[in-house]
Write a protein of this length. Sequence first.
Length: 473
Amino acid sequence: MKTIDRSFINGEFKPTRGTDLFDLYDPSTAEIIGRTVLGDERDMLDAVESAREAFKTFSTTSVAERGEMLLRLHEALKKREDALVETAILEYGSPITATVGRTRAAANAFLEARETLRDYPFEMTAGQKLVVMEPVGVVGAITPFNADYGHICGKLAPAIAAGCTVVVKPSENNGLETELLCRCIREADIPPGVVNVVEGRGEELGPILCGHPDVAMINFTGSTRVGKEIAALGAGTMKRFCLELGGKSPNVILDDADMDKAVALALVIGFSNSGQACHAGTRLLVPKNRLNEVETSLKRAVAKLKIGHLRDADSFIGPLVSRKQFDTVQAYIRSGLDEGAELLAGGPGHPEGLVGYYARPTIFTKVSPSMRIAQEEIFGPVIAVMAYEDEGQAVEMANDTVYGLAAFISSADPDRAQRIGRRIRAGMVVVNDTIGAVVAGPAAPLGGMKESGLGRAGGRWGLETYLEPKVIA
Ligand code: NAD
């Protein structure tokens, strides 16, 4: 059993000064596999001081120097890919194929930022005036549990490209993953203080980081509830924010869709990352005249999903990350039943033969839009099927949410799908595909509307989050 008792500050692993302990579990067995000594205020203040000092010189480095650092970070992660993957399977419980994909995406975030950096005009003119894009300063990065490497690297890469220094407060659930990632960062030989990482409880360290006058910006990924708290905490020092928050994405199947394809896609979209995906399309909107057909097809398809056996290439669903997450998902399944929704698949408890924090992939039908399972983010493998009469009602139901992260549409007519997509208030609309279509290829803006967040990650949009324009006339 491993104990994580160091914080990564100023390029070194320093003994954590806090003393509280946090147990780490293998979610597929519910056995303890490690322990983290959580940092306290002193660790966080040391980290901010280190980032503040480092910013003085790092902010003056050239594009070429920062490009080299990004390349070294990419290579350091690639070198340790096998260990990173093993650690994420053990500690987070995600099946191997998805874990390899996410680990590679984390490493590639540095290459993408390097690419964006290469062509980015840090100086431009507005008439006779000079406009200079300057790094915003010290960035506080706070990340969730559902893709540790990806979220941390997704914030570090553009921050480093911009010339910012960073203090990361990762999720408490990912101690082993984060420690290994810090080893990669150290091996990449980045100037001390550019990246600092302190483990700790969000409620304790969040207010210190978000209220610190030497921190210019908070880049947060996590729940909308915590995002609102963070915005309030940072308001006193007028922080810049990028907030990537929760979702309850609609997946609209149009009446002209190939139903077998649309149903197969609906399961991938709804259950991706074992349901622990911010963009998961968990509100499945189906034309009333094809509801029976879709229900039959869903039942058949869900029975074929491979659950557990995390090291098998075709495994699709793993356990939830923690006991707490398992209990939350169970409570939502019970609330669906209590509110009168009908179970099409799954239900309370574990899948047969599996212990740990596995929940049963669950599909409710006869869901009405006012039910909690139709409105609240569950963050587990639970899909709510709702029927609509016509296109207008489908759009209305898709928009009937406080969230606006993603939306999915299946149709035989891409023009029709795009027309409907333009009417849905979401930051990312995907037609006949998974979220991978948005992430793949040349960088696009990633993020949400409404209570799904503020600001965008990805490409030049992501880089500009970390820059402040200054005009010199
Ligand atoms: P969470 O909001 O509970 O925690 C996220 C992080 O915030 C953790 O590091 C936690 O320790 C910290 N935190 C908690 N309270 C804090 C406070 N008062 N001040 C500062 N920090 C605090 O989220 P989670 O359960 O780890 O992750 C799941 C959530 O993340 C879901 O809502 C999901 O939709 C969201 N998410 C969003 C995206 C996106 O891109 N929009 C991506 C992944 C996950």
